[in-house]
Design a protein around this ligand. Structure first.
Ligand code: SAH
Length: 367
């Protein structure tokens, strides 16, 4: 399976994945990064797989497999772990043979020992640990060397939906992948439960890696997890990551600062709109600050943010660039202005996850 991408030209081709465990996230990340058109068939899937479906990165049919699912596919992947797996495997092999689809490659989600390292003997009750790893904006090339080493040394990986999923492929069989994704306004694992999961596994002597998107301390609730571990006397370390606040603009050609244009940038959560009583951001001060404004988690609130910035003195023609699904095959950029946003609302085609850049540097955006 590790050579899958090398063996097959997957761009644009149909891949059917039967089953949807968290363990399949690495493979799915790889297939999507290679431009494959992925369909997952499984009555239930890990939260991050559901999230990918909701972001239209793949198609999920929430049902059992049927023989017609094979029509037109180039690659079939069978995930291990379901009760009826042996039967399913037989029927799939027969169906593939009957359909005379010789070019269908049947692959199995690997369960063999990984090549990265031998399974570590986890010492029950011994000193486990937790490492918070910032995984970067999504491309597996944008996790740090230290972060990747921590992933490869983990016994348990506790992952978020925006983490670089492809780094989870080829894991040794003893490694457990736990998906604790939070879909905005959807399915989620509460933060308290995430803290417990980290502590429980570390107490059992495991090396736990908490893999997040971007950097753990930029709207990542990383410090809450550090504090929980410290209170439980669990050794905890933090491996910095490349934050999407800088990387997403950069991947769209936008520098957050530029000599002669702007001397600073502010990263702000758009989760609570300016008129929301929960907002503690001084938006008028930001409007007047003259620095680039980078907004995370703010697709819905953008028009209200723009109106507040206008009222605070930002020019209506100030460029705005929205970078969506940065560092993935699905990356897109939509450009507008503060005035148009305030007047006309969020343009069509803007959907989360997105990083929005407001300021003259946004004019550098490459569509
Ligand atoms: N800790 C993360 C941010 C977590 S908050 C970091 O440092 O990057 C989640 C928000 O990050 C999303 O709502 C979106 O605004 C932004 N984001 C994360 N990854 C992204 C990506 N690949 N493309 C666009 N926006 C992204």
């Amino acid at each position: 399976m590790s050579d899958l991408g090398a063996q097959l030209q997957l761009g644009g081709r149909q891949v059917l994945v039967v089953g949807g465990p968290a363990r399949a996230l690495g493979l799915l990340g790889r297939l999507l990064d290679r431009g494959a058109r992925v369909t997952v068939v499984a009555p239930q899937v890990a939260t991050s797989i559901q999230d990918l479906a909701e972001r239209h990165a793949l198609t999920w049919h929430a049902r059992a497999y049927t023989a017609t699912d094979l029509d037109g596919i180039a690659l079939l992947v069978v995930c291990p772990g379901s009760d009826d797996e042996p039967e399913l495997r037989d029927s799939l092999q027969r169906a593939a043979a009957d359909a005379n689809t010789a070019d269908i490659l049947i692959a199995e989600l690997e369960t063999r020992p990984g090549t990265l390292r031998e399974p570590a003997a986890a010492t029950a009750g011994g000193p486990g640990s937790v490492a918070l790893v910032g995984g970067g904006p999504g491309d597996p090339g944008l996790i740090t060397v230290a972060g990747l080493a921590a992933v490869h040394g983990a016994d348990v990986l506790v992952v978020d939906r925006l983490a670089p999923l492809e780094v989870l492929r080829d894991l040794p069989p003893h490694v457990e992948v736990i998906d604790v994704a939070k879909i905005p306004r959807g399915r989620f694992t509460p933060q308290e439960r995430i803290n417990e999961v980290l502590i429980e596994h570390a107490r059992a002597g495991k090396r736990v890696v908490r893999l997040k998107g971007g950097d753990s301390f930029v709207f990542g609730r990383g410090m809450e997890e550090v504090i929980a571990c410290r209170e439980a006397d669990i050794p905890v370390e933090v491996v910095p990551g490349v934050t999407s606040a800088v990387a997403a603009p950069e991947l769209a050609g936008i520098p957050v600062t530029h000599r002669g244009v702007v001397q600073g940038f502010a990263v702000v959560s758009g989760h609570a709109a300016p008129d929301d009583p929960r907002s503690t951001v001084d938006w008028a001060a930001l409007a007047a600050s003259g620095v680039t404004i980078v907004i995370l988690m703010g697709v819905e609130t953008l028009p209200r943010i723009a109106a507040t910035l206008l009222a605070g003195g930002r020019a209506a023609q100030t460029p705005v660039a929205c970078v969506m699904e940065a560092a993935s095959a699905r990356q897109r950029v939509v450009s507008t202005t503060v005035g148009a946003l305030a007047r006309e609302g969020t343009p069509d085609g803007i959907a989360p996850p997105a990083v929005t850049v407001i300021g003259d540097v946004a004019a550098f955006a490459v569509p």
